[in-house]
Design a protein around this ligand. Sequence first.
Ligand code: FDA
Length: 391
Amino acid sequence: MTRFDVLVIGAGAAGLMCAIRAGQRGRRVLLIDHAEEAGKKILISGGGRCNFTNRDVRPERFLSANPQFCRSALSRYTARDFVALVEKHRIAFHEKTLGQLFCDGSARQVVAMLLAEAEAAGVELRLNQRVTEVARHSEFRVATDREVIAAESLVLATGGISIPKMGATGFAYDAAARFGLKLVERRPALVPLAFGGEQLALMQPLAGVSLPVIAKAGKAKFPEAMLFTHRGLSGPAILQVSSYWREGEAVTLDLLPGQDAVALLLAAKRARPKAEPKTVLGGFLPARLAQALAERHLPGARMADLQDRALIALANLLKAWVLTPSTTEGYAKAEVTLGGVDTDGLSQQNLMAKEVPGLFVIGEAVDVTGWLGGYNFQWAWASGWAAGEAA
Ligand code: FDA
């Protein structure tokens, strides 16, 4: 049996950061993962450039049954701290939009940086380790298919269940539950929305068309780009609202953000009476969408043929298009898992289980889910750091 002070299961974003911090404190740390490579989700993140944090991280941009829970960890390891680390490793980066920071080069640089920091902190990394048993005696004992490891502190950092084909598992949930921690219902989030029937029939031929919109679900509202797909809708605005949407509810789209659609269409009728409706709509909307909407809603060869009533009805639709998704595209396409280990059972200072001293749960496995835009990595860094300070 091998003995360590701290055993971290899951060498993803949160596990790496936790192992680094605990190692820097002089703890003997073992970091294990069942994958053949550390940080696989970091590698595919941000289209391969890793949107590693956001300049404008605020607790309100995270979803959780306890919206205050993330505040403490986020304030102790901030986006500025992570940027300082990136700068120390001379990784070039840029702000893309809305405070989102991406590598200029490749996400691989972020993984290489974390592995270098882990090595410098004396962290031992063992890959291809399948955990078969987790138990607690006077210390934690974890059996893998290769060895039995004993540790004073055990950190569950195996993330959520999105993208199972990449090796995501519900391990952290099951292990946490076995130690008596409660779980908050999980669901796919930051995920494309799927539609059926007439709505899908309209969307399918538009696959590939994108445009700026304001998407709303419940009280949440996101002004960003939207993309039509073969199954429905995607793009940042839709991924964002998907985290707030629930089955049976509608999403509402404003396809002409910041514009008075009624005034726009009535003025166009007067200014360009001979123009075809699809050409006029094409002045404000992508051509394929303009054509589809004109065919359905503006029966007339020229603008002058149209009644104001029809134009006003279409204008109202463009400002508040109410659609009811049939479902989401599920964990296969979801960037994150909403819900997870209930924060009620964890310390907000260091993510330790209140009733199980020495047990920590960090990262996406916890019921804290960020918006799209670098927030989920910032939660992984911050919760990993907080646990690494105490484990
Ligand atoms: P993470 O999933 O990173 O790590 C978990 C680790 O545990 C993995 O290494 C896994 O192999 C291991 N593991 C799982 N089960 C195990 C088991 N049973 N035994 C042993 N090991 C096990 N976020 C963001 O802020 N900016 C971005 O640009 C993106 N982009 C992005 C793109 C795509 C396609 C996805 C799917 C997700 C993103 N995200 C993102 C979200 C982000 O990747 C995610 O929130 C973090 O990686 C979560 O970090 P964790 O360390 O908690 O889990």
